[in-house]
Design a protein. Structure first.
Length: 197
C-alpha cells in the first residue's frame, strides 16, 4: 500500500544547525576596504549605519560621540587630500561617517576606547549590508584642517572617519594568500596562563 501523504505535506528535512564558528563568520570576514565604486549608498543604508553608530556602547554609557554623515564628494576628496596616506580611502568613498568627540584630555583614554568600538561596529554593519568600509585616521597635524572642513566648534575634534561605499572588484579579493592572513592560532591564543618560553 502506498503512502497516502502527498509529497507537498511530507516533513521537511531539518537543516543542519550551524556551528558556533559558522555563526560568527560575518565578524571574521569583516575587513577594511579602501577602494570603492561610484555607486552611491542609499538613504536607507546610511540610516542603518547611523543607527548602528548611535546604538554602540560607550564607557559608562556617556555617549560622548556625535556623528557627521558626509555625502558631498568634494568634502570627501578634500579630507582625503588633507591627511594622506591615512585618509586615502576617502578618495573613492561615496559617503563617510565621522566620529566627532569632545576635546577633553581627562577622558582621552575612554574616548579612544569609544572611538574604536563604534568604528569597528560600523565596519561590521557595512559587511552585513553587502557594502564596505575603511577606517581612516586623522593625524594630529591634520585635525585642524578636518575640523575646518567639517565646521566643528573649538570644543570638538575628530580622529576617525569611516569611509563607506560599494567595494570595487579588486577590493573584494583577499590581499593575503589562503592561510596567510593571520598568525597561527597556537601563536595567538593560550589557555589559562602565559606559555612557558
Amino acid at each position: 500500500m502506498s503512502d497516502p501523504t502527498p509529497a507537498s505535506e511530507a516533513s521537511p528535512v531539518p537543516s543542519p544547525v550551524p556551528s558556533s564558528l559558522d555563526r560568527v563568520r560575518p565578524l571574521i570576514r569583516t575587513r577594511q576596504v579602501r577602494e570603492f565604486t561610484d555607486e552611491p549608498l542609499s538613504a536607507a543604508e546610511i540610516d542603518a549605519l547611523a543607527e548602528v553608530a548611535r546604538w554602540s556602547g560607550s564607557s559608562n554609557n556617556r555617549q560622548p560621540w556625535r556623528f557627521l554623515v558626509i555625502r558631498d564628494r568634494a568634502t570627501l576628496r578634500r579630507l582625503a587630500e588633507a591627511g594622506l596616506p591615512q585618509t586615502r580611502a576617502l578618495h573613492t568613498a561615496t559617503a563617510a561617517l565621522a566620529v566627532v568627540l569632545p576635546v577633553d584630555p581627562a577622558r582621552a583614554i575612554s574616548h579612544a576606547y569609544d572611538d574604536g568600538r563604534v568604528a569597528e561596529r560600523i565596519l561590521v554593519a557595512t559587511a552585513m549590508l553587502g557594502l564596505a568600509g575603511g577606517i581612516t585616521w586623522v593625524r594630529d597635524d591634520v585635525v585642524g584642517a578636518a575640523r575646518d572642513l567639517l565646521g566643528l566648534p573649538a570644543d570638538r575634534t575628530v580622529r576617525t572617519i569611516v569611509a563607506l561605499g560599494h567595494p570595487t572588484e579588486a577590493a573584494r579579493h583577499p590581499k593575503s594568500a589562503p592561510g596567510q592572513a593571520r598568525l597561527p592560532r597556537a601563536e595567538l591564543v593560550f589557555d589559562e596562563r602565559w606559555p612557558a618560553s
